[in-house]
Design a binder for this molecule. Structure first.
Ligand code: MN
Length: 426
């Protein structure tokens, strides 16, 4: 579904006066602080976050799944949904596919379909955490499995995913390894780590030279006693033993409560080892809640490390991949993604507000109070008029969510696609 540009203009005119007032106030304040508003707008516009193909339908838990209606029935419709998000928010321009959930049948067809919506193909995701009719089961693991034939099958799957991604123009392979054990004694820590290292090396050797390997980590679930790659340290160790283009992927929800994620981000950037980000939020574990809905201040502190790491030359901003990884069964996924995209941009813009030169001075002189004031001054700034201005200048909506509701887009999708269908995914 494509929105007529005229209706975008009409919708924006309703909010124009209020926006102009708010934006000119903020602009004046930022200019008085010596900030280049034009540069800020450009940075915000340029920042695009990929959407995974599994986030467009209702997510489920192990207890069940509730229908939302109008879910995309195939890859084409998933891309259409992301195209719609792109038109409304101007904050996403890529889809991240999950194999085998989204294997294209007509590569040229799907590429031109995506292109017509301004969508490209982000990193591809392999899946060896469930069985889908392959000869050997992944119940006891995949690339870390004690059995060589099962490991080889999982390696071949990853190589196939690379081939699919290559045909689509992807530049990366994301591996989240669910392997681990549920009970002490079930598997050997050292052997499963050794097998994983050897398997990753084979997968890496099958990647084109302009690709990167994004290696995710997660402390627990689906295995609750031990996970082969439970933390950033293990992921970085494996990446170092695999190759220069293997780097660590940080999924915000994949941390134990109260973990200092911003410190992990700073360390990875310092080591030039940050591959990318999966945005979401969590209260207890991997809840996959909407980004910024629980810990927006933490998200701001993470962005501050990202902005500072890039500005200090640790890693370029463009060397990092950005994606939302969330799926739950209580919200309309498109509305949820709009909220997430907004929260990510808000955190980014607030991080750009920080007077980093002043902060360095406070750190040098041990002025803890002023260092905190410096962060708060940025964090408490309402940057939303800036985000909106960036969006309308790019041709998007002042208020995407209000437009989505007013135009009854979900009802239109239900009418077109039906109430009962379920998008592939968990
Ligand atoms: Mn993830």
């Amino acid at each position: 579904m494509q929105i007529n540009p005229e209706s975008i203009d009409n919708a924006n005119s309703a909010y124009e006066k209020a926006h102009d007032r708010a934006f000119s106030g903020l602009q004046e304040q930022l200019e008085a602080e010596g900030k280049q508003v034009h540069d800020l707008i450009q940075k915000i516009q340029k920042f695009q976050i990929a959407v995974p193909s599994w986030a467009l339908g209702a997510g489920g838990t192990r207890f069940g799944r509730f229908k939302i209606g109008g879910e995309p029935r195939n890859l084409e419709e998933k891309i259409e949904d992301i195209g719609l998000l792109r038109q409304l928010t101007k904050s996403t321009d890529a889809v991240s596919l999950h194999i085998p959930w989204d294997i294209p049948t007509d590569y040229e067809g799907i590429k031109s379909h995506a292109k017509s919506y301004g969508i490209s193909f982000d990193a591809v995701n392999s899946n060896t955490f469930q069985d889908y009719g392959q000869p050997l089961s992944y119940q006891m693991g995949s690339i870390s499995h004690a059995d060589k034939a099962t490991r080889e099958q999982a390696i071949v799957h990853n190589l196939n995913v690379i081939e699919i991604g290559r045909k689509l123009g992807s530049k990366g392979l994301t591996i989240w390894l669910a392997d681990g054990s549920n009970f002490p004694g079930q598997s050997s820590f050292r052997k499963s780590l050794d097998h994983t290292r050897a398997s990753l090396q084979q997968i890496y050797a099958g990647m084109p030279e302009d690709w990167k390997l994004l290696l995710e980590y997660k402390p627990y679930e689906p295995n609750f006693y031990h996970t082969v790659i439970p933390d950033w340290g293990t992921s970085m160790l494996l990446c170092r033993e695999t190759g220069d283009r293997a780097k660590v992927l940080v999924d915000l929800g994949h941390h134990l409560p109260n973990t200092n994620i911003e410190q992990i981000v700073a360390t990875l950037m310092q080591q030039n080892m940050l591959a990318g980000f999966h945005f979401n939020d969590s209260k207890y574990g991997d809840d996959d809640l909407s980004t910024g809905s629980i810990k927006p201040y933490q998200l701001f502190l993470i962005f501050l490390e990202l902005v500072a790491g890039a500005a200090d030359g640790c890693q370029t901003w463009d060397s990092i991949s950005w994606m939302i990884d969330a799926s739950h069964n209580t919200k309309d996924p498109l509305e949820d993604l709009m909220q997430a995209l907004e929260a990510i941009k808000v955190a980014y813009a607030k991080a750009l507000m920080v007077d980093r030169d002043a902060l360095v001075q406070y750190q040098m002189t041990g002025d803890v109070v002023m260092a905190q004031e410096c962060l708060q001054q940025a964090y408490q700034t309402d940057v939303r008029p800036l985000i909106r201005e960036a969006r309308i200048q790019a041709g998007g909506l002042l208020n995407p969510l209000a437009f989505y509701r007013k135009e009854k887009i979900r009802a239109t999708l239900i009418q077109k696609r039906g109430k009962e269908n379920r998008a592939t995914g968990l």
